[in-house]
Write a protein that binds this ligand. Structure first.
Ligand SMILES: [Zn+2]
Length: 389
């Protein structure tokens, strides 16, 4: 057994779920769930077919793996998908355990542009548990998110522990951890730094497992895959006029919070009016750039309460809150997502990944964009991590 301890510092609040719609304490299932989700995406880009872990899946070919003791003369390699082998499934134990301590719960608050603050407030009221303050002075959230410096312990066999650390290194660079990451939650950094070399080695080892398994490749599905993935981290320029007009929704903004992040991902995704006029968030920017409402809905998911709450991954484009690594650092913003081919089934005209990336660039750093002149400081390039471009 190996035990590794790493420090996970939140850069934007962390949401780990909870049955009552609150995230005031760490739900490790939410952490493990997001690790599994990213691992599935990586297995797919390497040509593997993870099973789908829902019991009533209509997709029989991908129904959840089961490990049955009676067939113990068959090697587990032949019967479990690469994801279940690490994360476990019925009859097969997860090969690692995690524990996490040190985060504190912070009452929820958001920020939105002044002109849209009222309509935004009603949206937040639908999504998060909250109550109205008498006299029309907005709402108070009755839920919290997590914040701070966590000690994260990973315990398991050495191979499993390294695999998880490599996975965390990838998520730190290009994605996020936990739930509601499409809405700004879950940016983090870890210490000690996970090197690109370790990530590459682990992905190579995983690739070898998948070849051994002779899994069939399926690209025509809608599941999360790094195959169709992009990730841009922008270093923001000309952000002051935007930040200074943001107005808080919910609890009074805690001292110091504004020095580290502005919880305004929602505003950037949907509503901001600053540069382009009414409701000109990123989603509207897509609609304005020749793509239909339906295309935008496919990419951003829908606003309906159920799909947001029950399927965290309904959105294919994730926008972080603007954040910085420390109080003197540059302001950063990460936008990432996937555009699986299967998303466009029965949908003839659609933008390809390159086009989506350039629309996002235009919205963020273009001359008429939100933060003109911003530069990309970290960009996912497939060839750095996997074969192909
Ligand atoms: Zn499986």
């Amino acid at each position: 057994m190996t035990e590794e301890t790493i420090i996970l510092q939140t850069l934007t609040p962390l949401w780990t779920g909870g049955t009552d719609g609150d995230s005031n304490k760490i739900h490790l299932t939410g952490i493990v769930g997001s690790l599994r989700y990213w691992y599935e995406g990586i297995v797919r880009v390497l040509g593997g077919s993870p099973c789908i872990q829902v019991t009533d899946s209509p997709d029989e070919k991908h129904s959840p793996c089961r490990y049955v003791v009676e067939d113990s003369n068959t090697s587990q390699d032949l019967r479990l998908c690469p994801v279940c082998k690490l994360f476990g499934t019925t009859g097969w134990k997860r090969r690692f355990r995690i524990s996490m301590s040190g985060l504190i719960s912070q009452p929820l608050f958001f920020m939105a542009s002044r002109p849209v603050q009222t309509q935004t407030t009603s949206w937040f009221e639908l999504i998060y548990k909250s109550r109205r303050i008498k006299g029309g002075r907005g709402i108070l959230f009755q839920s919290s998110a997590l914040w701070g410096r966590a000690e994260l312990k990973i315990i398991g066999d050495k191979e499993a522990v390294n695999r998880i650390i490599a996975l965390l290194g990838f998520m730190e660079r290009f994605g996020a951890i936990g739930a509601k990451t499409q809405n700004g939650f879950g940016q983090f950094k870890i210490e000690p730094k996970v090197t690109g070399l370790l990530i590459n080695e682990e992905f190579k080892a995983l690739a070898a497992e998948i070849v051994r398994n002779n899994d069939e490749v399926s690209n025509n599905n809608v599941y999360f895959s790094i195959q169709d993935f992009f990730s841009h981290t922008y270093q923001l320029k000309h952000h002051n006029s935007y930040f200074s007009q943001l107005k808080a929704i919910g609890e009074k903004v805690p001292d110091g919070a504004k020095k580290l992040f502005y919880p305004c991902a929602f505003d950037l995704r949907y509503k901001n009016q600053m540069r382009q006029g009414r409701n000109s968030g990123l989603r509207q920017f897509f609609k304005n750039s020749k793509w239909s409402k339906k295309t935008a809905a496919k990419l951003f998911g829908t606003d309906k309460k159920n799909s947001w709450d029950q399927n965290n991954w309904a959105s294919h484009i994730h926008v972080s809150h603007p954040f910085r690594l420390d109080q003197d650092g540059n302001w950063l913003l990460k936008i990432w997502g996937t555009v699986p081919e299967g998303l466009w089934n029965s949908h003839e005209k659609h933008p390809d990944r390159n086009e989506i990336e350039s629309i996002i660039n235009e919205y963020i750093s273009g001359r008429q964009g939100m933060f003109p002149g911003s530069t990309i400081v970290c960009r996912y390039k497939k060839k750095d991590w996997f074969n192909g471009d």
